[in-house]
Design a protein around this ligand. Sequence first.
Ligand code: PEP
Length: 226
Amino acid sequence: MIFAANFKTNHTRASTKEYLLALESLAQKSSDEFYIFPPISALCSSASKITIGSQNAYPVNNGAFTGEIGLEQLEEFGIKTILIGHSERRVLLGESQEFIAKKFEFFKNNDFKIIYCIGEPLEVRKEGELKVIEFLAEQFNAIDINYENLIIAYEPIWAIGTGVSATNDQIALTHKAIKKICNKPLLYGGSVNSSNIKNVLATQNVDGVLVGSASLDVQNFFNLSK
Ligand code: PEP
């Protein structure tokens, strides 16, 4: 199973270092895969089985893009993994599908492992499963679904950070449909925590989880895999 921690704008460079050391020791004997996505100021190299990824980067080597980092800054730490398409970047930062696809292409061409996030807002979910799939299918526009280094994360926007996870039936139905579009490892994300993790992981076509709030404490995050 894959366990990915998205710190968002939480943790510092110092606390990320402590977190990484603790996770390395906890996960030593685990056969699961662990990824952490710290804030950009806390990016660092990892020589262990824990993969460090970037929550974001601009699709350039370097250049005049104030406030952004590019490939050169990621390469300094040997970072070869990136989150693309997270709903907070789509909605709060206004990233269009066109721009997201450009980012995808750039990091694909640089052999990154891409965790590509998709998810529908509540108003679409209320219209039923068919509308949800239509909406999600559009988030694959101009995305190379055959890219070998691709992991998909299905994260319904209404479930992110709300404490209201999708039900097992919703996850099962939606994941089945996503797998038909793109047959890649598929994570579920959206209020995953210690109370629902067993059911989420037992759901068909769930290959792991992308976790926000419940990943911020390292022991809590690791316990999700037990
Ligand atoms: C996320 O934003 O990727 C996420 C899954 O957050 P949370 O677990 O807090 O819902």
